[in-house]
Design a protein around this ligand. Structure first.
Ligand SMILES: Nc1ncnc2c1ncn2[C@@H]1O[C@H](COP(=O)(O)OP(=O)(O)OP(=O)(O)O)[C@@H](O)[C@H]1O
Ligand SMILES: [Mg+2]
Length: 476
């Protein structure tokens, strides 16, 4: 018989501390102690200190882990965007034992449940597979590359996915799931959305199976998030170099998703590349252009067919054409934020409109229109109210039109285009500072400044605070 784990007392821990996210520092979550049984404790993954979580990831994973809305989660997304490591690192932070099973076309259901095996002493016995073990031990079962599994195998999981028991004919046991048992499946073309051209050999899953999962469609990290990862992973590397790697990766990935680039540059590649450059810091200092190219060849392009390698190396060469480095650049962390700013999207662009004398009352009114860049696409916030939510894809022309229409309407009412603020990654910090200065000059002397919503008030006061200008703000 298998042994189970006792349900242990949890400790309330700040979610912000657990996942390195300032915005949720005030939220607490019950974390169980590490399992006491050695073989189960060994299944808790090791934390990667360079791992960067986003708010969206943590929000969804916490909902899934809590178990009240659904115990099965499916994560889709392009190759190397961080699906498997997300689960691994989430489990590491929450002391969760994890069974990671790599699915493949030839797999059988008994690979998951277990089989009779001949032991070294010649006797036979049943060896439990990851499924009954995870069910009993209250562990997480990760079906990695779940889209590679034959539909008849995943179909056999349906009872278990409905929180039902698992019957093992070989032992006659009926395995009941622990309340902490969770299933997560990852895949490249696992459900909807992804272009299956890049992922031939993956199976189209049965809808009855898909609907038993919560869904999470992910993509590559933004350039800012990528820079934060590299900065944490290789802190000694110059911010300039990290910024270039992150932007280059972002560009090639966007091309890959649109079909114009043959391969992506995933984070597993950028981390290796940054590590190579760091170990060759002296050479990098003296000849940055050739060293960056050498690093890229070593971690990626020497393994590609010649025309693909040439295209990708050409993109890099154009971006680093004039790169020079000084000793100053090698001071730790120059120019790159160590953590992602908590409240704002790091690549958010704001258009600030001012009305200098609205209604003849000698007061300035402010409108802020926002858009932000996520996962390589531009997202537009709904008109004028908040730059943060809701995000609407660029393809949604009607929403873009609505934003332009709003701007025109505001112009007719006497609002003038004051400035564009780009709250960007390291490269954008200086631009944001200049914009902030321009903004505060524009509002200096205005008493008071009326703002249209709490979100706009927060932005305006952040802009004022950034350059030390005192302005009285009133809600419109
Ligand atoms: N958010 C992150 N922070 C730090 N490192 C990351 C992050 N995401 C991915 N990585 C790095 O990239 C590596 C590969 O990511 P991972 O294996 O999770 O991608 P995947 O989407 O599962 O890939 P595949 O589609 O090939 O299975 C990780 O082992 C880790 O080193
Ligand atoms: Mg994976």
């Amino acid at each position: 018989m298998m042994s189970g784990t006792m349900q242990a007392e949890t400790t309330l821990v700040s979610l912000g501390d657990l996942f390195g996210l300032e915005a949720i520092r005030g939220l607490r979550y019950g974390v169980p102690p590490r399992p006491t049984q050695q073989d189960i404790e060994d299944l808790v993954p090791t934390p990667d200190p360079a791992y960067v979580f986003t708010l969206d990831e943590v929000r969804r994973l916490i909902l899934w882990e809590g178990g009240e809305v659904g115990r099965n989660l499916m994560i889709g997304g392009p190759t190397g965007c961080g699906k498997s490591s997300l689960i691994e690192q989430f489990c590491a932070r929450l002391n969760r034992p994890l069974y990671r099973f790599a699915c493949h076309g030839g797999m059988l259901f008994t690979d998951l449940t277990g089989q009779m095996t001949i032991r070294a002493d010649g006797s036979t016995g049943f060896v439990y597979g990851p499924l009954p073990r995870a069910m009993r031990e209250g562990a997480v079962l990760l079906l990695d590359e779940g889209n590679m599994a034959p539909p008849k195998v995943v179909g056999a999981l349906n009872t278990v996915l409905d929180d039902g028991p698992l019957f093992l004919p070989e032992t006659g046991e009926l395995i009941q799931p622990s309340p902490r048992f969770r299933v997560v499946a990852t895949g490249n073309a696992i459900s909807h959305g992804m272009d299956a051209v890049h992922y031939r050999g993956t199976e189209r899953q049965n809808i009855a199976y898909l609907l038993r999962y919560l869904q999470f469609q992910t993509s590559y990290k933004t350039a800012t998030e990528e820079a934060a990862i590299l900065h944490r992973a290789v802190p000694g590397l110059p911010g300039k170099v990290i910024g270039l790697i992150a932007e280059f990766a972002h560009e090639v990935r966007s091309g890959f998703l649109e079909g114009s680039s043959p391969v992506p540059v995933p984070t597993r590649v950028t981390r290796k590349w940054a590590a190579v450059l760091h170990t060759r810091a002296k050479a990098l200092r003296n000849d940055p252009v050739n060293e960056m190219l050498f690093g890229l060849k070593f971690v990626l392009t020497d393994g590609l067919q010649a025309d693909h390698a040439k295209a990708i190396e050409g993109t890099l060469s154009r971006m680093i054409d004039k790169l020079t480095l000084t000793d100053e650049d090698f001071k730790t962390g120059v120019g790159i934020p160590a953590t992602i700013p908590a409240q704002e999207d790091p690549t958010m662009e704001l258009v600030v409109l001012l009305n200098p004398n609205r209604g003849g009352k000698n007061e300035i009114r402010v409108w802020v229109l926002g858009s932000c860049d996520r996962t390589g696409k531009t997202f537009t916030a709904s008109a004028g109210i908040t730059p943060f939510t809701p995000f609407v894809p660029k393809e949604d022309i009607s929403r873009q039109d609505a934003m332009i229409a709003l701007q025109q309407k505001l112009n007719q009412r006497g609002y003038v285009h004051c400035l564009d603020v780009k709250l960007g990654p390291s490269v954008g910090i200086e631009a944001a500072r200049r914009a902030t200065d321009a903004f505060t000059k524009a509002v200096a002397g205005a008493k008071p400044v009326a703002v249209s919503s709490p979100a706009v008030r927060d932005i305006v006061s952040a802009l004022c605070k950034a350059s030390g200008t005192q302005v009285e703000l009133v809600m419109n």
